[in-house]
Design a protein around this ligand. Sequence first.
Ligand code: BT5
Length: 244
Amino acid sequence: MFNLIEYEELNSTNKFALNNIKNIEANTVIRAKTQTAGRGRFDRKWVSNNKNNCYISFVLKPDTKFEAKFQNLTQYLSIVLCEELTNYGIKPHIKWPNDVLINDKKIAGILSEISFSQNKLNGIVVGIGVNLNLTKEEIIQNNIPATSLNLETNKNIDADIFIQNLIERFFQNYEHFLNAGFRDFKEKYISFCNFIGKEIIIKNPEIQNIGTAKNILEDGTLEVLSPNGEIKHIISGDIILKEN
Ligand code: BT5
């Protein structure tokens, strides 16, 4: 049902997948033990130099025509990850749109990138980095507000098993997601969110807004009530809980 291709080191699993997308079969997962240039959203860096962590990219080819629901694949993957983490006895939260946190610290990040040629969709690459076995020193050295599954559970985590289970769980409902879109997963997504009803700051590279997070809509958009009573629909950016 899926192929897992593993490399000792890549610059970035997303970049490798995008560069080779035409030669990679649909539903292939590219894994690198380490990444020399792991990347986040808005050209930010993803710290990726510890080989017992998870750095993988899903190569998906749902259609040759782009559909809006494909943009929610990152939110779908954040739910899949939360379910997997719950199996380890911890309580993860989603920070819209798709960061996964434990006790307000980031344990994982997701980056989706799309490849087109001449208006034809070649494929979608959904990359995820999960901190499975970071040390406290690595977190301090890299100056990241992060946590890691081993630190939360006080156990070393078997990265091979974690990655295999995460991929299997992703593909369990992938067809359902493609047929129904985010709508059928919205309630599950909301069940992992802890910011609804709270005051938040919404930042994206150009603007900053303040408001109360009201809801997540059927297309994954964040609905915010502004202090002047206006309802805003946010489609991209970062959120910060205002009391932080
Ligand atoms: C993300 O970006 O959270 C998406 C990260 C996606 C990484 C995966 S790994 C496999 C695949 N291949 C890639 O090259 N990328 C994907 P963003 O929301 O922009 O968050 C980046 C920010 O998170 C940084 O600016 C740091 O503050 C913080 N950060 C960096 N490395 C981290 C880590 N290992 N753990 C927690 N936080 C980190």
